[in-house]
Ligand binder design. Structure first.
Ligand SMILES: C[S@@+](CC[C@H](N)C(=O)[O-])C[C@H]1O[C@@H](n2cnc3c(N)ncnc32)[C@H](O)[C@@H]1O
Length: 264
């Protein structure tokens, strides 16, 4: 099943909703991470850059950005916002850009898209290889606590004009799976059936509108904080700070945790 192919049309609006404005996130990355711990930063590599939303804001603050993502579609959308030559289609667990950066970012729990622990280890290796000495690595995770909470929660619904997106999370074989259901308006029909019915993956609603159901799956995983800390230290990173994005102090119930690390 596909991942992010159609969902990316709605993705930015869902993740950067009223509760999580992009400006707050960028201010946090710039003021609390980069300026605090690596103020001389000029070059930034954003791994798993997605549609370039964060990078676009960082460029406005005069940083020189390179973006890397595994999804061709994400990068196609990113290209509308920026120069193609600064985008790299690659897997963040295995790439060689033949240069180093002052800061590497991996934002919005993108590291959780790496399902196996060995891939997390490979990402830390790649970061180490592509950072200047004293370079900064900033990434955030959704904790296991948060994924378990979302799994136990009700499905989430978002309306976009005529389209509706439904997100629900399930846990399968220790992997967390977002099942993304997109009900996309395909046409208005003559018939005005009152009750929604499903026929060959098409839904017909009372308004006489036909919807196509598109399903995608986004898989994620996380690991205990202590395991991540130990690995970073073994990979020659010094952990400067760990921050609960919502409440500051990291506790057992933290949902989203940032790791701010320096290459030794
Ligand atoms: C949750 S989105 C975050 C996008 C962006 N960082 C942001 O803050 O909006 C996750 C991104 O990770 C990318 N991704 C997943 N696995 C990857 C991998 N192995 N290497 C590079 N990018 C990957 C996806 O294509 C997607 O664009």
């Amino acid at each position: 099943m596909k991942t992010y192919d159609v969902f990316l049309e709605y993705y930015d609006k869902i993740v950067r909703s009223i509760n999580n404005p992009l400006e707050d996130e960028v201010e946090f990355l710039v003021e609390d991470c980069i300026k605090e711990y690596k103020p001389e930063t000029k070059t930034i590599l954003e791994t798993a850059c997605g549609t370039w939303e964060v990078a676009r804001e960082l460029i406005k603050k005069w940083y020189k950005l390179t973006g890397l993502d595994i999804s061709e579609k994400m990068l196609e959308k990113a290209e509308k916002n920026m120069n193609k030559k600064d985008l790299v289609l690659a897997d963040m667990t295995d790439f060689n850009l033949e240069k180093t950066f002052d800061t590497i970012l991996c934002n919005y729990n993108s590291i959780c898209h790496l399902l196996k622990w060995e891939q997390w280890q490979a990402f830390f290796d790649m970061s180490n290889k592509h950072l200047e000495k004293d370079g900064l690595l900033v990434f955030d995770i959704n904790t296991l606590y948060e994924f378990d909470n979302i799994t136990n929660d009700f499905a989430q619904f978002y309306n976009f004009g005529n389209d509706t997106v439904c997100l629900e999370m399930n846990k399968k074989d220790w992997i967390y799976e977002w099942l993304v259901k997109i009900f996309k308006k395909s046409s208005n029909l003559e018939n005005t059936e009152i009750v929604p019915v499903q026929k060959d993956k098409k839904w017909i609603q009372g308004t006489g509108t036909e919807y196509t159901l598109i399903e995608e799956v986004v898989r994620e995983n996380s690991f205990p904080i202590n395991k991540i800390k130990k690995e970073l230290k073994e990979k020659w990173f010094k952990i400067l700070e760990m921050i609960d994005y919502h409440y500051g102090e990291v506790i057992a119930q933290s949902e989203r945790v940032y790791f701010i690390c320096k290459k030794k």
